[in-house]
Design a protein around this ligand. Structure first.
Ligand code: SAH
Ligand code: MG
Length: 214
């Protein structure tokens, strides 16, 4: 296990060295880490969509610097696009015995190898089920789970209720046009903005950062 510096370039180098699989370009990771580092002064962080832990290592380091923790939720059965025969299927992350995707063993290995086991708390659950029972206020919420409009909307609306008054929400995979990417997360964001007093404060690539209107 290694101790890493809490700096995006050092974290990215470690993720590359340990061959951590995932879906978060460096320019987005940098902004995510910066915003989370600031929010962690207020309380704990939560992520929806752990996969193999790429974003969780960034967020875990941000939490650690403020003596906070990151809760990270995933059923570890993969999104639609990760299933057998789909575009983002990875045979290394498939449990042939039960015939299901399983990203949990890979996540546990990565959290160990990246030195964030103490600060990243994985929760194996369907996000919408956990959101119904959650009561702890969250300083930072990162939505990066299922990409259907129903799921993305349930995640945005289900988790925003737990946002600390001064907290920050981040949503991934927001594309303005269908040529750039799927439109379901954008539709979910629009629903969130039309039902809650939030505003976009920053963007980088497909990452959008929101705060309560003051
Ligand atoms: N943040 C990751 C990528 C997440 S990919 C990274 O940095 O690499 C999206 C993840 O959301 C998948 O692992 C999938 O299993 C999970 N997911 C999809 N729908 C979900 C749901 N309803 N509840 C919990 N997790 C879900
Ligand atoms: Mg994503």
């Amino acid at each position: 296990m290694s101790e890493i510096e809490n700096c995006p370039k050092a974290i990215e180098a470690l993720l590359e060295k340990q061959k951590v699989k995932g879906f978060l370009p460096f320019n987005e990771a940098e902004l995510l880490h910066r915003v989370a580092s600031d929010a962690a002064k207020l309380g704990s962080l939560l992520e929806v969509g752990t996969y193999c832990g790429r974003s969780a290592v960034y967020l875990g380091q941000a939490a650690k610097a403020c003596n906070q923790v990151l809760y990270t939720v995933d059923h570890h059965r993969g999104s639609e696009e990760h299933q057998l025969g789909e575009g983002y299927h990875d045979p290394d992350l498939y449990d042939g015995v039960i015939g299901r995707v399983d990203t949990l063993p890979e996540l546990r290995k990565n959290l160990y190898l990246c030195g964030v086991e103490e600060v990243v708390i994985p929760i194996v659950a369907k996000s919408e089920n956990l959101a119904k029972h959650w009561t702890t206020p969250l300083a930072f919420i990162f939505i990066d789970g299922g990409h259907s409009e129903v799921q993305a909307t349930a995640d945005c609306l289900g988790w925003v209720e737990n946002l600390h008054p001064e907290g920050v929400m981040a949503i991934h995979d927001i594309y303005e046009t269908p040529e750039e990417g799927g439109q379901a997360p954008l539709r979910a964001l629009e629903t969130l903005l039309s039902t809650h007093p939030l505003t976009i404060i920053k963007r980088q690539g497909s990452l959008v950062i929101l705060k309560r209107l003051s």
